[in-house]
Design a protein around this ligand. Structure first.
Ligand SMILES: [Zn+2]
Length: 88
């Protein structure tokens, strides 16, 4: 194998031990619920899910489960990551 590729593979192994390097800014997923499959999307801090619960609350068991599965790998929008505090 080409030596530069070997170096990249070694680096990838090292990176993979450091999951904090990864920040997901968006993805599409299918979530298998108890009765049905749902289409879930995450885009720059905004969730979407096609279940009936989601439109009312803006979150649902599917989006919350995915957040737990990903364990903090989601990139938050700047406003949420550093909430602006007003002195009052
Ligand atoms: Zn849902």
């Amino acid at each position: 194998m080409h030596s530069s590729m070997i170096g990249k593979i070694e680096k990838a192994r090292r990176y993979a031990q450091e999951p904090d390097r990864l920040s997901l800014t968006g993805f599409k997923a299918t979530f298998q619920g108890e009765h049905d499959r749902y289409a879930v999307e995450y885009d720059d801090g905004t969730w979407r899910c096609n279940c009936h619960f989601f439109p009312t609350w803006g979150v649902c068991s599917h989006t919350m489960a995915i957040e737990r599965i990903l364990g903090g790998r989601l990139a938050k929008p700047p406003a949420e990551a550093a909430p602006a505090r007003t002195a009052s």
